[in-house]
Write a protein that binds this ligand. Structure first.
Ligand code: MCA
Length: 504
C-alpha cells in the first residue's frame, strides 16, 4: 500500500533530483533537493524528539525563510499537523487560535517570544521555540543535537496534514482540516493542468501561511521537480530582477497591478516566462486586458479557497477568458444551485457548490457547522455566488458571505465590527469593502458615534493595537444612523454605493 503521506510523494521527486537546485533566494542562497530532504528529516526528528506525536498540531508564526520551509516539510514528514499563522496576527487573534488548535509545540520569531510565551502558557502549549530568518533561535539550537533524520512516517491519505483558520461570517475563526490526500490530489491536478515540469522555475513571492503560497505553489514545484526563486515577500524591484530567471509566476491581482504600475515592466521583462497565474481575489478584466497589451500574456486566472484548495482554472492550452475563473479541474465537480441545493439551468446565478478529493475534511471541533456547509449528496457550499456558461466557464458573481478580499487576504467585517463596537464613542458600526486601486478592495468602517467624541484616527489607532494591520480600516466615516431594511438588517449594499469612491 503506497504511503498516503504527502511528503512521501514529494520525497520520490526529491530523490530523483537530488543534486538539482530546489530553490534560490534573492540573496543567492541555494538549497538542492537532497539538502531540502535532509533538512526536513532533521526537522521531523527534532520535533519528534521534543515529544511531538503523529497528529499533534505544530503552530508556526515565523517570517518566510528556507528554515520555515524545512519546518513545513518536516511536519508533513513526521505526520504532525502544520498550523501556519499570518505573521500579522496579534495577541487578540493568537489567543483564540492557540486555545482552539491546542498545539503540542509552537515556533515563532524571537522578536515575538515575549508576547507568545504567556499565550502559550495559557493554552498549555508544551514547547515554544524560536526561529529567525538568519537561522538563529532555540529551534536551530535543538536541531544541532539531532543525529539521525526521521524516516517519513507511514500515513493514510485521510490523515490531517494541516489546519488553517478562516474567520467566517460570525467572526469566530474556523479551523479547516486539510488531509494529505486533499493536498496531493489537488497539486497533482495543477501540475498536469498548468504543465509544470522539472524545467520550470517558479517565482515565489507569496507568503507561506496561506494556501496559495504554501499548497498551490509548493505542491506544483515539489511534485514536478521544478525549481523556485524564493523571495521573502512581494517587493517590486526584487520581482523585476527575478523575472528573467523564472518561467512561471503565481500571484494575487495586486502583484500584477503593481507590475503594470511600473513603466519599466514590458515584453522584455517577461521574455523567459511561459505562464502567469492569478488567484485569491478577483482579477479585474481591465487588469487582464492591460496585462495582455503590455506583455502579450493572457494571465491564467483560477479559483479556490482554503476549504477546497483549487476548484477551477482557465486552460493552459485553450481560451483563457478574462473575467471568468475557467473550467472545473479534473476530479472536481462544480454546480450552481438554488437555496434548496437544486441545480439551476445553465447561465443562471446561484450558489456555487463543489465536490471532490480536494474538499476538506470539515471544521476543527465544529461538527454541526461542518454538517451545515455540506449538502446531503456531499457537495460543499462555498458561500460564493456563481454561474456557468454553456461551454462550462465558471464566473464568480458575488459572495453570499459578508467578506472583503483585500490584497488577496480574506477579511470578515463581523470580526472588526465586534472590536469597533466596543470602542469609546461608538454606538454601532458596519464594516464594508470599497474599490481600491492597489488592494482591489479596502476595508472601510461606517460608524454611528455616541455622545463622547471620537474620531477616525483614534479608532484606527485602537484597532491597530488589537488586530492585524491588514484588517484595519483604511478609512473610518461617521453617519447619524445605519440604513436598515424592514427586517432590521443593515443594508451594506447602500453603504458600499455611498462610499464607493472613499478609498480610491
Ligand atoms: C499589507 N497591508 C495590507 C495588506 N497587506 N492592507 C490591506 N490588505 C492587504 N492584503 C498593509 C499593511 O498592514 C501596512 O499597513 C501596509 O499595507 C504596508 O504593509 P506591507 O506588508 O509592506 O504591505 P505589502 O508588502 O504591500 O503587502 C501587500 C501584499 C500582501 C503584497 C498584497 O498583502 C500579500 O502578499 N498578499 C498576498 C496574500 C496571500 O497570500 N493570499 C492568498 C490567500 P500599515 O502601514 O498601516 O501598517 S489563500 C487564498 O486566498 C485562496 C485559497 C486562493 O485561492 O489562493
Amino acid at each position: 500500500m503506497a504511503n498516503g503521506n504527502l511528503y512521501a510523494h514529494f520525497q520520490t521527486v526529491f530523490h530523483q533530483h537530488g543534486d538539482k537546485v530546489a530553490l534560490t533566494t534573492a540573496a543567492g542562497e541555494s538549497l538542492s533537493y537532497a539538502e531540502l530532504d535532509r533538512a526536513a528529516g532533521q526537522m521531523a526528528a527534532c520535533l519528534a524528539g521534543l515529544g511531538v506525536a503523529v497528529g499533534d498540531r505544530v503552530s508556526v508564526q515565523v517570517a518566510k525563510s528556507t528554515q520555515a520551509l524545512a519546518l513545513y516539510l518536516g511536519c508533513l514528514r513526521g505526520g504532525f499537523v502544520f498550523h501556519p499563522l499570518n505573521t500579522g496576527y496579534k495577541q487578540h487573534e493568537l489567543a483564540y487560535f492557540l486555545g482552539n488548535a491546542e498545539p503540542a509545540l509552537m515556533v515563532c520569531d524571537s522578536a515575538d517570544h515575549a508576547i507568545l510565551a504567556p499565550l502559550c502558557a495559557e493554552a498549555k502549549v508544551k514547547t515554544l521555540l524560536t526561529l529567525d530568518t538568519d537561522g538563529s533561535g532555540s529551534l536551530s539550537d535543538a536541531l544541532a543535537s539531532v543525529t539521525e533524520p526521521l524516516p517519513t512516517v507511514e500515513l493514510d491519505g485521510d490523515a490531517l496534514a494541516a489546519l488553517l483558520y478562516s474567520s467566517g461570517t460570525t467572526g469566530t475563526p474556523k479551523g479547516i482540516m486539510l488531509s494529505h490526500e486533499n493536498l496531493r490530489s489537488n497539486a497533482a491536478s495543477l501540475v498536469e493542468g498548468w504543465g509544470f515540469t522539472e524545467r520550470d522555475v517558479l517565482l515565489h513571492a507569496l507568503p507561506i501561511f496561506h494556501v496559495h503560497g504554501l499548497f498551490v505553489a509548493l505542491g506544483c514545484v515539489f511534485l514536478s521537480g521544478a525549481s523556485m526563486r524564493w523571495l521573502a515577500g512581494f517587493n517590486l524591484d526584487e520581482v523585476m530582477a527575478e523575472l528573467p530567471r523564472a518561467t512561471a509566476m503565481m500571484g494575487v491581482p495586486t502583484y500584477y497591478t503593481r507590475l503594470l504600475g511600473n513603466p519599466a515592466f514590458g515584453r522584455d521583462s517577461v521574455a523567459t516566462i511561459r505562464l502567469f497565474i492569478s488567484g485569491s481575489a478577483p482579477l479585474l478584466l481591465e487588469t487582464f486586458e492591460e496585462f495582455e497589451l503590455r506583455t502579450g500574456h493572457r494571465i491564467l486566472e483560477r479559483y479556490g479557497m482554503t476549504e477546497t484548495n483549487m476548484n477551477t482554472s482557465n486552460p493552459l492550452h485553450g481560451e483563457r477568458r478574462g473575467g471568468t475563473v475557467g473550467l472545473p479541474l479534473p476530479g472536481v465537480e462544480v454546480r450552481i444551485t438554488d437555496e434548496s441545493d437544486q441545480p439551476l439551468a445553465v447561465g443562471e446565478i446561484g450558489n456555487l457548490q463543489v465536490r471532490g478529493d480536494n474538499v476538506f475534511k470539515g471544521y476543527w471541533k465544529m461538527p454541526e457547522k461542518t454538517a451545515e456547509d455540506f449538502t446531503a449528496d456531499g457537495f460543499f457550499n462555498t458561500g460564493d455566488k456563481g454561474q456557468i456558461s454553456a461551454d462550462g466557464y465558471v464566473s464568480i458573481v458575488g459572495r453570499a458571505k459578508d467578506m472583503v478580499i483585500s490584497g488577496g487576504l480574506n477579511i470578515y467585517p463581523k470580526e472588526i465590527e465586534l472590536v469597533v463596537d466596543e470602542l469609546p464613542g461608538v454606538s454601532e458600526s458596519a464594516v464594508i469593502g470599497v474599490p481600491h486601486a492597489d488592494f482591489g478592495e479596502a476595508v472601510v468602517a461606517v460608524v454611528v458615534g455616541s455622545a463622547e467624541a471620537t474620531d477616525e484616527a483614534t479608532i484606527i489607532a485602537a484597532l491597530k493595537a488589537q488586530i492585524s494591520a491588514f484588517k484595519v480600516p483604511k478609512r473610518v466615516v461617521f453617519v447619524d444612523q445605519l440604513p436598515r431594511n424592514t427586517m432590521g438588517k443593515v443594508q451594506k449594499n447602500l453603504l458600499r454605493e455611498q462610499f464607493a469612491s472613499l478609498a480610491s
